[in-house]
Ligand binder design. Sequence first.
Ligand SMILES: Nc1nc2c(ncn2[C@@H]2O[C@H](COP(=O)(O)OP(=O)(O)OP(=O)(O)O)[C@@H](O)[C@H]2O)c(=O)[nH]1
Length: 428
Amino acid sequence: MSVTPAVETDKDEFRTMHTELNTFSLALALVLVTLGMTLVLIMAAWHSGSEKGLRHWALGNLALTMGLVLNISQGLLHHSISQILAAGLMALGLGVIWLGVRAFKGSSQPQAGPIFAAVLVMLLLAYFHYIQDSAIARQASIGICLGVLALLSARELLVPARPPLRRAYWFTGGIMLLSGFGLLARAALGAEQTLISATEINLERSLQHATLLGVMVAQIGMAGGFILMTHYRTMLALQQLSEHDPLTGTLNRRSMHDRAQAVLEGAMHEELPATLVMVDADHFKRINDEFGHQTGDAVLCHLVTRIRQHMRSNDLLGRFGGEEFVLLLPGLDAGDAQEVAERIRTAICSHAEPISDQAVVLSVSLGVASTDIYGHDYTALVAAADSALYRAKAMGRNRVEVSTEPCDELRDNMALRLLSQFRHNLDV
Ligand SMILES: Nc1nc2c(ncn2[C@@H]2O[C@H](COP(=O)(O)OP(=O)(O)OP(=O)(O)O)[C@@H](O)[C@H]2O)c(=O)[nH]1
């Protein structure tokens, strides 16, 4: 069936109007999405207090939104000026987002970077508008500058990180990577298409729609990724606070108990031995009295550093209280653990340590108890190692003692120890 030329023209006009309307609606939707994501980031930054990065991301997104608004409201300014300013703002936004990623990771932040990127893209556009008028070159300049900026952020994020932070890094980095390549491809395709035929308007529009949709999805993903990164980091910080001793960074008493019990249960299933060592600084009160509490604190940190130098990756170290630490050595029997304990003792007492500009002479006493005698129960091992430690103190300090007494004798010794500690506290 044939269609008259007049009807065909009407249909074309309608199709064009419809397409133009879609382009504008999509651009408007993108602006609204970007604005919404910016508000979410601003609110998150507001509540996070000192969380580095969030404020950059909120600001960067704000610049992106302003750039997009300028881009769609061509009537406000002269077309060339609004295009130049829009590209500058978008480059500034992506540059500030890159700074935010570096701030989040604690890396240096070259503040001039985003400004440099914005000025560069504006100069390029001005050149290709006023000196050598070329739509292809303008398209390519914007795509390449923005694409490279997105890829810079991706490079910062697609690196090994601690789980679960790694998941958020890679999610956000993946989106940045896709956006970067998408922008570069857009620049290349746009130029290519303009070269093939300037009349292929529909293809150009489809490309524009795909870009707008892609940027919208990327925008939502990016903001979600940033919030996920902040969430996971806060979670890790809280976990670190709740499980570790703030002074020495060792496990605190409760988390040492939980983790050590889990390790001991694992060792029991595999029928492997494990040994627990109690380490206590000798005459620590004198160090405090002579050098002050601050130096005392530094000595405790130094002690932990020395102990760590003799630990394997799966050993556990916790602060039992005051100047007393507990070390769990899975897989080692009493004999092997005694050697490790001797090495720690020798390393600590061998020479005076310059701590806080003071030469501090330090020694430790150590008590060793193994699963060979006391079974895979954390509390029983602690009691036995503590009893051996008490013997080491009673025998002159700066020595290692291995617990061999049966469990019921331990109880009597604990009572004796408490009595002696009480007397010691009364004397000093
Ligand atoms: N600087 C500092 N001192 C602490 C800390 N925790 C506990 N202490 C001090 O450690 C000292 C422990 O003293 P005591 O229990 O008498 O033990 P000691 O002087 O090491 O004597 P022995 O263990 O018998 O060799 C006390 O003076 C506590 O105030 C801390 O976190 N920092």
